[in-house]
Design a protein around this ligand. Structure first.
Ligand SMILES: Cc1cc2nc3c(=O)[nH]c(=O)nc-3n(C[C@H](O)[C@H](O)[C@H](O)COP(=O)(O)OP(=O)(O)OC[C@H]3O[C@@H](n4cnc5c(N)ncnc54)[C@H](O)[C@@H]3O)c2cc1C
Length: 382
């Protein structure tokens, strides 16, 4: 088994490392405190070819594959989780529905500007009354002549309210089958469409500079050709895309865990108590050893899920396992990293405090960890 990155993958990782060190890490604390979404960072990432990593070149992307994307995420996420969270949503759940199910015309019209990094993408599944239970959504799209008329609300949607947002792909109920079960469709709503309104930026525990809002659709009309994929298949399509999204959130979690470990290690070698660096105390050494071991285990679960994706092999169970484990490791490791920092770890001027606040959502977003456990149990035959 070869765990080494190829030269191209290594070069991409280095590019992301250099970009993050110069353009993200020095400013991330300020953006977080001021709850500012740094649009210019995404425009710059687009110019470097980083906004369409899973999209073929014919639609403006670079199509480097999931393993390379995970390697890149390790660098971007270690600099700032809010930027990395917006990037994660853009690369996977916002772009992949258009790639997998869009027509040629839709790909050129909407996927290309996303992949080239000229605009930012969003994906709207969650509603005030439906999160884990995706089939329980209430937003309706009714066909009226050559248009869809949409009414309903989406909750906690990332990336839809920035000055570079292109629009949002939503899941809506589009009708009813003979057995009374609901039919679903995915519909792209461009920014600026009449009847599409965005709520205020939501104040969060972490990911402060990620744009997160409620979206309201009030007799919002879009042309019939804004349907993505087949009418009636929308729920299946969204669940497929969420499978890939899990590899991405797992990578985001890995990036947080390894950044927290690095910060704890550095602090432990510098902080002196009782006349010596605290890294010389066995209690601290054992914490660091446990943290490093868990990060390493998470790393290979995440890369394995990405490798399966790239190889075109089934990856749903492994993606759920990677997301579940890496997000829990991220929370354990960052908590121990704060402990290693003592009281300073509780001060917001220390980046470790920001990472601590950013960690919890990793166990909730893109399928809670309870749902991941159910996905894994189903795959085991339960
Ligand atoms: C910062 C942020 C950004 C987000 N971005 C997006 C986005 O861009 N697009 C989008 O569509 N959504 C987004 N979300 C929504 C996110 O995906 C949901 O919050 C998540 O899926 C959980 O749904 P919920 O909040 O409604 O919780 P609920 O589904 O109400 O769950 C509440 C609790 O019940 C548990 N639970 C529910 N059902 C079961 C079950 N069957 N078995 C066991 N336990 C269960 C859950 O695990 C959880 O612990 C975002 C959320 C946040 C906080």
């Amino acid at each position: 088994m070869d765990f080494a990155l190829t030269d191209d993958q290594q070069a991409l990782k280095q590019l992301c490392h250099d970009f993050a060190a110069k353009e993200i890490a020095p400013h991330a604390g300020e953006w977080w405190e001021q709850e500012v979404f740094p649009s210019h960072v995404f425009t710059a990432m687009g110019e470097l070819g980083l906004m369409g990593l899973l999209v073929p070149e014919e639609y403006g992307g670079t199509d480097v594959g999931a393993v390379a994307y995970v390697a890149a995420m390790e660098e971007i996420g270690a600099a700032d989780q809010s930027v990395a969270a917006a990037w994660n949503a853009h690369i996977t759940i916002a772009s992949l529905p258009l790639l997998a199910f869009g027509t040629e015309e839709q790909k050129q019209r909407w996927l290309r500007p996303l992949a080239e990094g000229r605009r930012l993408g969003a994906f709207g599944l969650t509603e005030p009354e439906a999160g884990s239970d995706a089939a329980g959504i209430r937003t309706r799209a009714v066909r009226d002549g050559n248009e869809w008329v949409i009414n309903g609300n989406k909750m906690f949607i990332s990336n839809a309210g920035t000055d570079i947002s292109l629009g949002v792909t939503i899941l809506a109920i589009t009708g009813q089958n003979e057995d009374c079960s609901k039919r679903y469709g995915s519909i792209f709503i461009p920014d600026g469409t009449a009847g599409y309104r965005k709520g205020e930026h939501l104040k969060k525990v972490g990911w402060h500079s990620l744009d997160t809002r409620e979206l309201v659709f009030d007799d919002c009309r879009v042309p019939a050709d804004h349907l993505i994929g087949e009418e009636g298949h929308g729920l299946r399509q969204f669940l497929d895309v969420l499978g890939t999204g899990r590899i991405s959130v797992a990578a985001l979690s890995l990036s947080l865990a390894s950044a927290a470990l690095a910060m704890a290690l550095e602090y432990a070698t510098q902080r002196q108590q009782f006349g010596r660096p605290i890294s010389q105390f066995q209690a601290i050494q054992h914490k660091l050893a446990d943290m490093a071991t868990e990060v390493e285990a998470a790393r290979w679960l995440v890369y394995r899920a990405a490798w399966l994706y790239d190889a075109g092999l089934p990856y749903a169970k492994e993606a759920a396992m990677a997301k579940l484990y890496a997000s829990e490791v991220a929370n354990r490791v960052v908590s121990e990293a704060v402990q290693v920092h003592g009281g300073y770890g509780f001060m917001r001027e220390y980046p470790i405090a920001r990472f601590y606040c950013d960690a919890k959502i990793l166990e909730i977003g893109e399928g809670t960890n309870e749902i991941q456990r159910s996905v894994i149990a189903r795959a085991l035959g339960c």
